[in-house]
Design a protein around this ligand. Structure first.
Ligand code: BTN
Length: 319
């Protein structure tokens, strides 16, 4: 990735809110007006709303709440890497060796953010949280299914600590509010049977999604729509998430899913409701009965309760 530090300085300067001319900016940074114009163009290409008014100069439509590497590192015990622009924070972490468990990577923008089932995760600059945490799971691959449910709960807890209410979970781990998706989780892993598993836990959380964003194929919401907590910053959210994830994974490693089951049922968006599971080209209809200790979804089909597990299952309301 190209060095983004000059553009970050430019963004910070424009964040003050008043118009700044290309000439002023050029003098301040010791570059030509044409160079400033080129940098502004590439910021606009990333979806950043930089206004340009003839005779006045440039201004940001909205000041950006940027991630602050020093602040984050001072508030967290685990290593944190803040990257302005990256293909995918998950991909970046998957390619690294010898990370300590709990290491975090966050980005302002992803060029190839990825979601579950091969979908794209739309990642506009500075608006949302694109977060990955590495964890070495000693219990190996069989324990990895349960962990993705625990992560959903930990994310809900992190947001509740910051005063957000009305959150729900859709199996296995989407965070919902009023039947609209607020956050998604993609756990990617490597490891061999019988060995520890290397997990990269990816979380995409909508914080301040631009209204006219394109390319999202399901109802979505973002924190700015559901909360009036004006003082909560993206840095606060990253800190809160990191703490609750760390705690929840540690408990899961010691005790498995059992301590989380009743909490999961409490947040289950579909508990006791008729739902449809879609597994590839197969569909099953039944009443949602929560999860079992392996993290499988339980479905009452009228004669028995069956457990369903596997990354390709998706849940849709049957009505
Ligand atoms: C989903 O489809 O619901 C899961 C979305 C996960 C998106 C996050 S954003 C940070 C991390 N990096 C990625 O490329 N994907 C995950």
């Amino acid at each position: 990735m190209k060095d983004f530090s000059f553009k970050l300085k430019l963004i910070n300067e424009l964040s003050a809110g008043s118009f700044l001319s290309g000439e002023q900016l050029g003098e301040q940074f010791g570059v030509s007006r044409a160079a400033i114009a080129r940098h502004i163009k590439s910021l606009q290409d990333l979806g950043i709303d930089v206004y340009s008014v003839k005779g006045k100069g440039y201004r940001l439509e909205q000041s950006l709440d940027l991630l602050d590497p020093q602040l984050l590192q001072s508030r967290l015990n685990s290593p944190v890497e803040v990257i302005p622009v990256i293909d995918s924070t998950n991909q970046h972490m998957l390619g690294q060796q010898d990370l300590p468990s709990g290491s975090v990577c966050v980005a302002e923008y992803q060029t190839q953010g990825r979601g579950r089932r091969g979908r794209e995760w739309v990642s506009p600059f500075g608006s949302n949280i694109y977060y990955s945490m590495y964890w070495r799971l000693e219990a190996g691959l069989p324990a990895a299914m349960g962990i993705s449910l625990v992560i959903g709960l930990a994310l809900v807890e992190a947001l509740e600590r910051l005063g957000i209410q009305g959150l729900k979970l859709k199996w296995p781990n989407d965070v919902y509010h009023n039947n609209q998706k607020l956050a998604g989780i993609l756990v990617e892993l490597s490891g061999q049977a019988g060995d520890a598993a290397n997990l990269v836990i990816g979380i995409g959380l909508n914080v301040s999604m631009p209204e006219h964003v394109q390319g999202i194929d399901q109802p979505w919401t973002s924190l700015k729509e559901i909360s009036d907590k004006q003082t909560m910053t993206r840095n606060d959210i990253v800190v809160s998430m990191t703490e609750t994830l760390h705690n929840a994974i540690t408990i899961y490693e010691q005790k498995g899913l059992q301590p989380f089951l009743s909490q999961w049922n409490h947040y289950d968006n579909f508990l006791d409701q008729p739902i449809k599971l879609i597994m590839g080209n197969k569909e099953v209809i039944g009443v949602c009965k929560g999860i079992n200790e392996q993290g499988a979804l339980l479905l009452d089909n009228g004669t028995s309760i069956e457990a369903y597990i596997g990354g390709e299952i998706s849940v849709r309301s049957a009505s």
